[in-house]
Design a protein around this ligand. Structure first.
Ligand SMILES: [Fe+2]
Ligand SMILES: [Fe+2]
Length: 476
């Protein structure tokens, strides 16, 4: 154990409870109540300071006694083993319960509903992580009631307010600042009437059913073998050009398309490039691999109408290239990861197109309403659907997570990657940055960062340059 760990003493206390058997209560309050806390503290308890909190561990004590001991102090209590088995989660729960006290009692239930996952038996199923969060219908509903939303957020305050805001578009949040909370009219009836609990339960059941129904679509859930091999070799830095060429050349159609692109006027080589190996020597591994992967992936898109397939492919290529450019600016250096995630980001739309389900069209950024509509029909949006597909393909977790969070990048475990894809998606549709449509959580992340210094002219220029580049791929 690390002796600089601020909650080490609590860990030791918990070990005791685990070894001897028995309960333990964790009581958390704010630092400013330290003195009051100490005055009511019994001799045998463990007390630590952690961030803005003071936390007491009470061995062999249940929540009632713990609560009675610190009667005059605002507190959050969690209990081992009922609330959790390790100290980190017990502390987190007690802090969460403490912060709930700050929230207006009338709307506390809404926050609880937002934070707590509904308890369903399927929670442990492989589909669960793709349908539990986010809940686009709720955020689209909030966005459609700006006046009420403004009131609701101002009553919530603190990190809870930030949590909700981060799901919403930046343009909407800026508008809300105009509404002054009217303390006489505050009411959360609008959410109550909407039946949050009921709707989220329905969404989850619907989403799991959708994934179970679709998981047997063979051609979609099996990654074309050539793409699989390309991904595998792209990940191997020690592989030589001739080995890579061998893999690609096994597929003559793919090979001839790559050579056509490489020999196009865009690249301007004087001598004809006759082999993949030669192309790799001239253009480099990454460029040829990305090209090969893009063309191979197009075969999956061909399962929808030609017009939609063409538009989706063009958009995907645009986002792949733009993601690499933005990723570089916002500090994500993994070029291959950016390209692949960008290329695949809207993969889930294919399922919606095939099933004739509603999906935001390919020619504009999916709005909250578009995502909510997909979710209403299928229980999940194209973002989680795409993530589920690439998870079945066994692609790296960063790609799965990147697809899942491309419309809510603040929920990502790889923020710079997801934000790059999110921004690239918006630029690809608008030819420039459309601040109002950027997710507020992403804007918060970018505050003070270099990306804010990039002029619209620079963005438009990058967009036009990439457009020329991908035109060559599209035409050949
Ligand atoms: Fe999307
Ligand atoms: Fe997109």
């Amino acid at each position: 154990m690390d002796d600089t760990d601020p909650i080490l003493a609590l860990k030791i206390e918990l070990k005791k409870a685990q070894t001897l058997g028995g309960s333990m209560s964790i009581v958390t309050t704010y630092k400013e109540h330290t003195e009051k806390m100490l005055s009511s503290k019994r001799d045998i308890d463990t007390i630590v300071k952690f961030k803005d909190y003071v936390i007491v561990g009470m061995f062999g004590v249940g929540p009632d006694v713990a609560s009675a001991t610190f009667v005059s102090v605002p507190k959050g209590i969690s209990v081992y083993p009922n609330d959790g088995k390790d100290i980190d989660s017990l502390v987190a729960i007690s802090i969460e319960r403490l912060s709930m006290l700050r929230i207006d009692p009338e709307i506390r239930w809404v926050w609880k509903a937002i934070k707590d996952s509904p308890s369903l038996e399927e929670k442990e199923s492989p589909e669960a992580r793709f349908v539990y969060k986010p809940f686009y219908q709720f955020y689209a509903f909030l966005a459609s009631h700006p006046q009420d939303l403004g009131q609701f957020l101002s009553r919530m305050g603190g990190k809870e307010q930030m949590f909700v805001e981060d799901y919403l578009p930046y343009g909407l949040i800026s508008t809300l600042k105009k509404y002054k909370p009217d303390t006489n009219k505050l009411s959360c009836n609008f959410i109550e009437k909407w039946e949050y609990q009921d709707k989220i339960q329905k969404k989850i059941i619907n989403g799991i059913e959708t994934l179970r129904r679709f998981r047997n679509i063979e051609h979609l859930f099996t990654l074309p073998s050539i793409s699989r091999q390309i991904i595998d070799i792209a990940r191997d830095p020690l592989l030589c050009a001739s080995k890579m060429a061998q893999v690609i050349e096994k597929d003559p159609v793919l090979t001839s398309r790559i050579l056509k692109v490489v020999n196009s006027a865009f690249y301007g080589f004087h001598r004809k490039v006759n082999s993949i190996e030669h192309a790799i020597v001239i253009l480099g591994n990454d460029e040829v691999m990305n090209l090969a992967f893009s063309i191979a992936i197009y075969r999956i898109m061909k399962n929808i109408s030609p017009k939609e397939a063409q538009m989706l492919w063009e958009h995907s290529l645009m986002v792949a290239h733009l993601s690499q450019w933005i990723g570089h600016i916002i500090g994500c250096k993994e070029k291959d990861l950016l390209y692949t995630t960008g290329l695949l980001h809207d993969l889930g739309k294919i399922v919606f197109f095939q099933q004739g389900e509603p999906t935001g069209t390919v020619d504009r950024t999916s709005s909250l309403d578009d995502l909510a509509l997909e979710e209403k029909e299928a229980g999940l949006s194209h973002a989680e659907m795409g993530a589920y597909i690439v998870d079945r393909w066994n692609l790296p977790e960063d790609i799965v997570n990147g697809l899942m969070t491309h419309h809510v990048p603040h929920r990502s475990t790889h923020m710079s990657l997801s934000i790059a894809i999110h921004l690239a998606d918006i630029i690809a549709h608008n030819g420039g940055i459309d601040i109002d449509n950027i997710n507020s959580g992403a804007m918060r992340y970018m505050e003070g960062k270099e990306i804010n210094l990039i002029s619209n002219d620079t963005i438009s220029k990058a967009y036009e340059d990439i457009k020329v580049r991908i035109k060559i791929i599209l035409e050949n």
